[in-house]
Design a binder for this molecule. Structure first.
Ligand SMILES: O=c1ccn([C@H]2C[C@H](O)[C@@H](COP(=O)(O)OP(=O)(O)OP(=O)(O)O)O2)c(=O)[nH]1
Length: 301
């Protein structure tokens, strides 16, 4: 097996309907031969996983651009049909300038002898930026190799035995597999993580503020209670002091009363003893008085 060089390639493509358009006309353009490859361009059908309608997008002359967002998977179809001769095998790729932006060619890599149809590429934007493509621009490359022996009927790629023969639109089979959900793009995930981070940070700040307010409120109450307790203790001290003071004053008054009472008792006793002494004297006085009266009576007689 050998690869065709540029001159063989030009000859092959110029004199055979290998690169054709929608009208099955030879679409070979000499300037599209680059080194040993031929450039193929983007057609008007694409399917993007983040497309809201979940439908194949048909690009028009006025709307020729397609943006492939970071992290999104996209199906791209060539503008040209390729018809691979029975004695050839072709190899396909996406141009390096797209790959270097982060566009990964997921599908690949070969085109079978006997294949007729547009080529379908699946790509993934693994880069951080939007990659914009334009219809009719050359993004794909195809190389042709000679087989040592041409493929016979049963070995040729054919409509009867194969799926992609004659493909000119993006098959809905592939869409069904791709349209379930948006692809979880790393940058979208990063964005969501950022949003979640902001959300949780604001929640934590709110929670922190509310906790701080709660603590302040509790501290205020504790402080109020402390004042109240101190006040109650103060009042208790005053009451107890007053009670003890009153009690001691009462005791003192009682002691004084007892003391006074004892003094009175003592005086009473002295009075009583004086009285005891006075009574005989009174008796003597009364006898003296009686005697004097009698004397007087006698003298008057
Ligand atoms: O990226 C690619 C690779 C291949 N093809 C075309 C050319 C190829 O000859 C044909 C079949 O390729 P392959 O045998 O790899 O695919 P398949 O899904 O196994 O097809 P089939 O079941 O028809 O053999 O599909 C594309 O359009 N794009």
């Amino acid at each position: 097996m050998s690869f065709l060089g540029p001159s063989e390639l030009r000859k092959l493509l110029a004199f055979n309907k290998i690169i054709t358009n929608d009208d099955n006309q030879n679409a070979y353009v000499k300037s599209r031969v680059k080194q040993a490859a031929y450039e193929l361009s983007l057609g008007n059908q694409v399917y993007r996983t983040d497309n809201k309608d979940k439908k194949v997008e048909i690009l028009s002359e006025s709307n020729r651009n397609i943006d492939i967002n970071p992290g999104q998977f996209t199906l791209l179809m060539t503008d040209e049909f390729v018809n691979i001769p029975n004695d050839k095998l072709a190899f396909i790729s996406i141009k390096a300038k797209l790959k270097l932006k982060g566009l990964v060619n997921v599908s690949g890599f070969h085109v079978d002898p006997g294949f007729k149809g547009k080529l379908l590429f699946s790509v993934y934007n693994a880069g951080p930026s939007i990659i914009t493509l334009e219809t009719k621009k050359a993004y794909f490359l195809i190389w042709f190799a000679n087989l040592d022996s041409a493929a016979e009927q049963d070995d040729l790629y054919s409509k009867d035995n194969n799926h992609h023969q004659g493909q000119k639109t993006i098959d809905t089979d592939y869409l069904d597999a791709l349209k379930r959900n948006d692809m979880a793009s790393p940058s979208a995930i990063l964005l969501k993580i950022g949003e979640q981070k902001d959300f949780f940070e604001s929640e934590i700040t709110t929670l922190k503020n509310s906790l701080e307010n709660d603590i302040k409120e509790k501290n205020r109450k504790v402080l109020n209670n402390e004042y109240l307790i101190k006040l109650l203790i103060g009042i208790c001290i005053v009451i107890i002091t007053k009670y003890l003071f009153d009690h001691s004053m009462a005791n003192k008054a009682i002691q004084e009363c007892i003391f006074e009472n004892e003094k009175i008792n003592k005086m009473q006793k002295q009075i009583d003893s004086i009285n005891v002494k006075i009574i005989p004297l009174q008796k003597v006085d009364s006898l003296i008085d009686k005697k004097n009266i009698n004397k007087n009576v006698k003298s008057k007689r």
